[in-house]
Design a protein around this ligand. Structure first.
Ligand SMILES: [Zn+2]
Length: 148
């Protein structure tokens, strides 16, 4: 079976895993839903051909790794509230997640990560037990491979 050319996972099932994870996220249940933004950021950073606006996800991941899940959710809620007052509901931007090191830029996209979505999926179903730890390892591996 050919591996994933973008993240280096041993199989080529990343997109299928991602769709399953998004369904779990939108179930509204823990441990998946509170980490939705982290999962999306990790997936896009490990598959950078898919996304524009990577600087936003970069800032978000750094805030999560530095300050944790509760801080990330608090920032997201604050950003939504502030932006809905000021800009008629625009989406949060990189300014809403301050403190990240400079974004390294798209030219250096790595293709090997210590943790990929396949690891987070575990048996393929993203089991709740240990999910938060696997998601954190995913975020750490993503940021580490990009050089910070
Ligand atoms: Zn992949």
């Amino acid at each position: 079976m050919p591996g994933c050319p973008e993240c280096g996972a041993p199989s080529d099932r990343c997109e299928r895993f991602f769709h399953e994870l998004i369904i779990l996220d939108y179930s509204g249940r823990s441990p998946w839903a509170p980490l939705h933004a982290v999962s999306v950021s990790c997936y896009f950073f490990q598959h950078p051909s898919l996304v524009a606006g990577q600087e936003f996800y970069w800032a978000l991941l750094h805030l999560y790794l530095r300050d944790g899940q509760d801080a990330l959710i608090a920032h997201t809620v604050r950003a939504r509230r502030r932006n809905s007052h000021r800009y008629g509901g625009r989406a949060p931007t990189v300014e809403d997640f301050p403190g990240a090191p400079p974004y390294p830029g798209p030219a250096v996209a790595p293709t090997t990560f210590a943790t990929t979505i396949e690891d987070v999926a575990a048996d393929g179903t993203f089991p709740a037990g240990g999910f938060a730890d696997r998601a954190r390892a995913w975020a750490e591996a993503t940021v580490a491979a990009w050089g910070f």
